[in-house]
Design a protein around this ligand. Sequence first.
Ligand code: C2E
Ligand code: MG
Ligand code: MG
Ligand code: MG
Length: 289
Amino acid sequence: QAKDAGRGCFAYFSEDLTIAARERIALETRLRRAIEQQDLCIFFQPQVDIAGGRIVGAEVLVRWQDPVDGLIPPLRFIPIAEETGLILEIGEWVLRETCRQGRQWLDAGLPPLTLAVNVSPYQFRRGDICALVTTVLAETGFPPTLLELEITESGLMENQENATAILNSLREQGVRFAIDDFGTGYSSLAYLKHFPLDVLKIDKSFIDDIPFHQDDMEIAATIVAMGHILGFKVLAEGVETAAQLAFLQEKGCDMYQGYIKSKPLVASEFAELLRHQQHASGDTETRNC
Ligand code: C2E
Ligand code: MG
Ligand code: MG
Ligand code: MG
């Protein structure tokens, strides 16, 4: 009887796997087509200077605009893109589109802002990221000093020897580097100090339960303090409430992004928000004169 049940289970799981595998292959095929047909798009989430309350940059977040299924979030296709190597094409497209859009905003008279692009460990490992970034910056005329690349702790750790060389070479051109989702990987602040980085992004999971979990509050405050000792700017991810923001401000955190300010926006909405900010501050200056 047990054997029967076992066999039953086996049959059930294997069928399940087949369905999952089939779905994966279908998704991969569709993703390939989406890249060719330019069905990807980028959103911009404002990054805000905590002290002044002004937008100083944006994180660039990719989405897949499927004609049938609508907007597909990155967590549904980035992992597959990483497994199949399609992330190289996606990453290149996102970078080029970001720099093209950023250049266009500068030409339209919008204030210079940092645009932060996510770079996956696979790109760091396999792609010639230095050559790609250099080419795209030259091609688009976007200033290197306004480009920030977000890498994860695992991205750094998997590529220790390469990483420092890549970071140094691009930083010489003025490109900035941020560590994404800090606190979720296995690296420590002591380890990070060996890398030439600019920004430490505190993972949203440490922000979520502020001000209700003492542990998370202490961790967040410690990351801010130690990040500063190591010479990094610190940015908090996923800030949703006034209490979280007040806490981070009190602890001296430099920047934040999160729904309390804005969700990720399409380019036109983001530009609108910036123009609004520009005019609002213009008014203040006039009044002060
Ligand atoms: P991430 O880089 O940590 O991006 C932050 C994510 O948190 C984004 O989700 C953003 O929409 C979300 N978020 C920001 N503020 C809040 C908030 O206040 N509340 C909540 N609930 N969520 C908030 P998104 O856009 O779904 O991206 C998920 C992940 O996908 C990113 O995490 C990043 O790892 C990856 N990703 C997105 N775009 C790209 C890309 O162009 N290339 C690569 N390699 N990965 C990307
Ligand atoms: Mg990111
Ligand atoms: Mg992040
Ligand atoms: Mg995150």
